[in-house]
Design a protein around this ligand. Structure first.
Ligand SMILES: Cc1cc2nc3c(=O)[nH]c(=O)nc-3n(C[C@H](O)[C@H](O)[C@H](O)COP(=O)(O)OP(=O)(O)OC[C@H]3O[C@@H](n4cnc5c(N)ncnc54)[C@H](O)[C@@H]3O)c2cc1C
Length: 493
């Protein structure tokens, strides 16, 4: 029986641990924090339960496929609700666009903003559906170690229809003229961590995921997902070590000989590191065993970091939906400050999640749970004065755009920013969502799953393939586990 160590208990680590254990490996998962879930943990304060990171449950098929791999279905763990409206967008002129879950209603909404746009949307989404299908069947489940994995006829022939070399900004502008519709369709790309003009049109598959597959919410909160995965892992016999940080990966003869934590030394046949890739490379391995140089990492384009606020309000807040996107300032200016000048934004776009609109368990009765997110440049020096100044701007904008004044109703507030991403997750440059999905950082152009120098070290998680986000991270753990099983001729289930 192979002995496997998995480092990091986020989606990638949990997923890798489950697939390895199912194949009969003796698995130990080591996590530095006191709970599993990584960026998707929750905390309780003053009767509120705050999800710490992800809040958009997209691609429900990916979660269902994971649960089915272990004989379960989603409803065995939590109730999944489709949100309707999916979300609302607040624009500068005071217009509030509520995005209906029903497709026909969405087509009507598009038409009301731009004549002929509903037909264009149908074409755009047909394309997105094709990319999603091919992407999910032919691309994301490959370890992407080499271009040769993609050299078969079906994959090659689909390559040209995947729009890798055209930007999504260009693709959207070739079909739509209304600036609000353009901004709406470019929003999912923000999750991918690069400007729309630098993101391949391949990622219109995200629009398909948003509009056609829908925006969902697991009752109880996003942390219900890692909770479900932890249950599966424990049932499969995975040994879980919490509050234990890996400090060193000792290498002998080109392979890891021991995994050293603060309190113990472990032996392993294989190590899957699902902690931040850069942290594993630069802090756990000595220099000769690293796959990439400092210069390589410096040249990576990171997805943004975030300034987050978890806020409890002592009354109900009318006007907000579960998801609210404030696109009421100059998007180009904010994007420029994130990606080009790397400075703190002065009038940022922001996002507010209010899960207590859907799920009363997240707040005390008649109170509201708010989560604010402002994308920030990765690597920006943290600054508590600037955090507070931006919070005041958010409060002002809520008042100005929606007449919502929370000033005297805040009963709980905590902020989380770049320094916290580094100290809590060992995140490279305090990034929130990993590597940006630019063309030059797609598939086999990402940091490789297989270490180039250490034969039994495999990487998983949002800095390697297939990329950032909850569904890709979860898939990454599966791909890493199956890559090891295939490599060692074990039965892949
Ligand atoms: C604020 C925010 C909002 C987001 N919103 C969304 C969203 O709405 N939808 C979506 O799909 N995605 C979203 N994402 C992205 C998504 O959360 C991530 O892509 C995903 O959770 C990454 O999973 P992971 O397993 O790769 O990494 P992580 O979750 O970071 O897991 C890595 C784990 O490794 C542990 N670790 C690190 N170093 C060590 C060590 N030395 N020893 C032991 N353990 C270690 C860390 O503590 C951590 O638990 C969001 C992310 C953030 C931060």
């Amino acid at each position: 029986m192979s002995k496997a160590i998995v480092i990091g208990g986020g989606f990638a680590g949990l997923s890798a641990a489950c697939f390895l254990a199912k194949a009969g490996c003796d698995v130990t998962l080591i996590e530095k924090n006191d709970a599993l879930g990584g960026r998707c943990r929750a905390f309780e304060a003053n009767g509120f339960t705050f999800d710490m990171g992800p809040s958009w449950y997209w691609m429900p098929d990916v979660f269902e496929r994971f649960y089915q791999s272990f004989g379960y279905t989603t409803s065995d763990f939590y109730e999944l609700k489709r949100l309707d409206p999916s979300y609302q967008v607040i624009y500068e002129d005071g217009d509030i666009m509520s995005i209906p879950a029903t497709y026909q209603e969405l087509l009507d909404l598009f038409e009301s903003y731009e004549s002929g746009s509903s037909k264009q949307l149908e074409r755009f989404l047909k394309d997105g559906a094709y990319k999603y299908e091919i992407g999910m069947t032919e691309f994301v489940h490959k370890p992407s170690l080499s271009i040769t994995e993609f050299l078969d006829w079906r994959v090659m022939s689909s390559f040209f229809k995947m729009d890798l070399f055209k930007s999504i900004a260009k693709e959207i502008r070739s079909k739509f003229r209304n600036p609000k519709l353009i901004q709406l369709l470019e929003f999912p790309v923000l999750f991918l961590g690069a400007k729309p003009e630098n993101t391949p049109a391949l990622y219109s598959l995200m629009n398909y995921a948003d509009i056609k597959l829908g925006t969902w919410y697991p009752m109880g909160g996003m942390a219900e997902i890692p909770k479900a995965m932890t249950k599966i892992a424990r049932e499969l016999g995975v040994k879980i070590k919490l509050n234990e940080a890996v400090k060193e990966l000792r290498v002998g003869g080109g392979a890891i000989s021991s995994v050293i934590t603060e309190s113990k030394t472990y032996k392993a046949d294989v190590v899957i590191s699902a902690a931040d890739y850069h942290h594993t490379e630069t802090k756990l391995l000595s220099e000769p065993h690293r796959s990439y140089s400092d210069d390589y990492w410096d040249k990576r384009e990171m997805a943004p970091s975030s300034l987050l606020f978890y806020v409890g309000i002592d009354r109900k807040v009318d006007g907000l939906q579960h998801h609210n996107l404030f696109f009421d300032t100059d998007f180009d200016r904010h994007a420029h400050q994130i990606y080009d000048t790397h400075e703190w934004p002065d009038q940022p776009l922001f996002y507010v999640c209010c899960p207590s609109k859907t799920d009363p368990s997240t707040a005390p009765p008649d109170q509201e749970n708010l989560f604010f997110l402002i994308p920030l440049a990765a690597g920006i020096p943290d600054d508590h004065v600037k955090r507070e100044a931006l919070f005041n701007i958010l409060v002002e904008r809520l008042k100005k755009r929606m007449g919502i004044d929370i000033t005297d109703h805040i009963v709980y507030k905590r902020s989380f920013c770049t320094d916290d991403f580094v100290s809590v997750y060992n995140s490279f440059k305090g990034n929130a969502y990993g590597l940006a999905n630019t063309l030059m950082q797609t598939a086999f152009l990402k940091p490789k799953m297989q270490s180039k120098k250490v034969s039994n070290l495999i990487y998983a998680g949002q800095l390697t393939t297939p990329g950032p986000g909850v569904p890709p991270s979860l898939i990454s753990g599966e791909v890493a586990a199956k890559y090891f099983l295939t490599k060692t001729n074990k039965e892949v289930i």
